[in-house]
Design a protein around this ligand. Structure first.
Ligand code: UD1
Length: 420
C-alpha cells in the first residue's frame, strides 16, 4: 500500500492546471447509458472512482475505450446485457447509485446494491427512491438491493425534501426519457448538476433551469451519443488554494471558472489572503499569518462540505479562533484528531469544531480516513516542520489526480512511497 511522505515548512509557489471534476464526471459517465450510441468524453480525470465506474459500465456490457494519457474515454452502451450494479462495486463507490435513473429510464428495470454506510455519515438514498416513485417506478428492497421497475417512466412533479446532489442527478437523468414533462423542485444547484444538464442536452435532452431550484425536463423517446468536455474540479482547485493559504504561499490554478468557487474565495479573503479572479484562473497570495475565519457548510452556493477539512487546516495556524460548522454530513471531522497530532488545537462540540490558532505545527505520522480528510492531512503536513508520513492514501487516489506531482510543481517536498 502506498503512503505519502511530506517534508513540510516550504511556502508553495507557482502555477498548476485544474483536472476534470470527479463529481461531474461520475454522473456524466452513467448518463452515457441513456443512449445506445457512442459518447466521447474529454477532460476525464484519471482516478480510482473513474476506473470503478468504467468497470461497472463494462460489467453491464458497455464497450469502453479509454485513453487515460489523453484524459479521454469513449463509451458505447449498445449491447447492455444486465441492468445490475453489484455490491462489490457499489460499496467502494457510493456515487454509483446514480446508475439507477439511467438504467430504469432506458431499460424499464434496474437492480442496484444499496451502498451502505460510509465513513462520513449514514448517507441514505430515500430521496432518490421517492423521486423515482414519483416518475412511476415500483421499488422493492431485497437482499440488500434496490430493484426498480417501470414499463415507461412518466413525467411528474418531484419536490425534494433537501437539495441532494445525487438525488437531483438521478431524477434529472431518469426524466430525460420519461413520457411528458417533469418539474423537479428544491433541486441541488451545484455546478456539477449544471455540467450534467449540459451533457444531457448535448445528448438531445430538453432541459431548462439547471443551476436554479427548479429544473424542467421534457422527456424524449430516445437520446443520442455526444462529445463532451467535463468541467474542472472546483474542489481540487480549492484544495491547492488552501495549501497556499496554509503555507503562506502564492499559487495560481488555471482552468476553472472562479464563479464556481466564490463562497470559498470570499472566505480566503476574509482570512486575509489576496485573491485574484481571472476568466479561467484564480491566484491566491498569502499576506502572512491568516486571520481566524468561521465557516458553515451549506448546499451550493454556500460553502461546500467537500472543502471543510482543507479550510480547517488553513485555519489551524491562523491568529485567533475559528468556528467550523458542518451541516451536510454528521461525521465529517475525522481529520481533527489527526491534525491535533501535528500540534493543532481543535475541539469538537456536536457539529462544530473550534479551531484555536497555534503559531506552528510539527510533523507526525497520520492516517487518512476519507477523501477530503486525506487532503487536509497533506496540507497540515506541508505546513508542519519536519517529515510527516500519511498512510491509507487510497482514499486520496479516489479523488485527486496526481496530487503529489502537482504539489511538487508548486515546490512541495513530497513523495509517494510504498509501505514497508
Ligand atoms: C455529493 C458529492 C459529495 C458531496 C455531497 C454534498 C458526488 C459523487 N458526491 O454526494 O462529494 O460532499 O454531494 O455536496 O457528487 N441524503 C438523504 N437522503 C438521500 C440523499 C441524501 O438523507 O436520499 C442526505 C445525506 O445523507 C447528506 C445530505 O442529504 O446528509 C446531502 O447529501 P447529497 O447532496 O445527496 O450528497 P451526495 O450526492 O451523496
Amino acid at each position: 500500500m502506498d503512503q505519502i511522505r511530506v517534508r513540510g515548512g516550504k511556502k508553495l509557489r507557482g502555477k498548476v492546471q485544474a483536472s476534470g471534476s470527479k463529481n461531474a464526471a461520475l454522473p456524466i459517465l452513467f448518463a452515457t447509458l441513456l443512449s445506445e450510441q457512442k459518447t466521447e468524453l474529454t477532460r476525464v480525470p484519471v482516478l480510482q472512482d473513474i476506473r470503478t465506474t468504467l468497470k461497472l459500465l463494462q460489467s453491464m456490457g458497455a464497450e469502453v475505450v479509454s485513453d487515460f494519457a489523453g484524459n479521454r474515454v469513449e463509451i458505447t452502451p449498445k449491447d447492455i446485457f444486465t441492468q445490475e450494479a453489484p455490491y462489490d462495486l457499489v460499496r467502494t463507490m457510493r456515487a454509483s447509485v446514480v446508475v439507477l435513473g439511467p438504467l430504469l429510464a432506458r431499460f424499464g428495470h434496474a437492480k442496484v446494491s444499496l451502498p451502505g454506510g460510509c465513513a462520513i455519515g449514514a448517507r441514505p438514498i430515500n430521496y432518490h427512491l421517492v423521486g423515482l416513485e414519483k416518475l412511476g417506478a415500483k421499488i422493492e428492497l431485497e437482499h440488500g438491493y434496490v430493484i426498480a421497475r417501470a414499463k415507461k417512466l412518466v413525467g411528474n412533479r418531484v419536490t425534494f425534501e433537501f437539495p441532494s446532489v445525487g438525488a437531483t442527478e438521478n431524477i434529472l437523468m431518469a426524466a430525460t426519457l420519461a413520457q411528458g414533462e417533469s418539474v423537479i423542485e428544491n433541486c441541488a444547484k451545484e455546478p456539477e448538476i449544471t455540467d450534467l444538464a449540459r451533457m444531457l442536452r448535448a445528448m438531445g435532452a430538453e432541459i431548462e433551469g439547471e443551476g436554479t431550484e427548479t429544473i424542467r425536463v421534457q422527456g424524449k423517446a430516445a437520446l443520442h451519443g455526444a462529445r463532451y468536455p467535463v468541467m474542472a474540479d472546483r474542489i481540487e482547485v480549492g484544495t491547492f488554494l488552501a495549501a497556499a493559504m496554509a503555507t503562506e504561499g502564492d499559487v495560481t490554478v488555471e482552468g476553472l471558472n472562479p464563479v464556481d468557487l466564490e463562497s470559498v474565495l470570499v472566505k480566503f479573503e476574509e482570512a486575509g489572503a489576496e485573491v485574484t479572479r481571472a476568466k479561467e484562473s484564480i491566484r491566491l497570495r498569502s499576506n502572512g499569518r491568516a486571520k481566524a475565519t468561521d465557516i458553515t457548510t451549506l448546499p451550493f452556493p454556500g460553502f461546500p462540505t467537500d472543502m471543510q477539512a482543507q479550510f480547517m487546516t488553513a485555519m489551524v495556524l491562523a491568529e485567533g479562533a475559528s468556528l467550523i460548522t458542518e451541516t451536510i454530513f454528521e461525521n465529517r471531522f475525522m481529520h481533527v484528531p489527526e491534525l491535533n497530532r501535528l500540534g493543532a488545537d481543535i475541539t469538537i462540540r456536536g457539529n462544530s469544531a473550534l479551531v484555536r490558532g497555534v503559531p506552528g505545527l510539527t510533523a507526525a505520522p497520520m492516517m487518512a480516513t476519507d477523501l477530503r480528510a486525506s487532503a487536509s492531512l497533506i496540507l497540515g503536513a506541508l505546513a508542519a516542520k519536519g517529515e510527516s508520513v500519511i498512510r491509507r492514501i487510497y482514499h486520496l487516489d479516489r479523488g485527486y489526480e496526481r496530487i503529489e506531482e502537482k504539489l511538487k510543481v508548486l515546490g512541495a517536498d513530497v513523495e509517494r512511497v510504498s509501505e514497508g
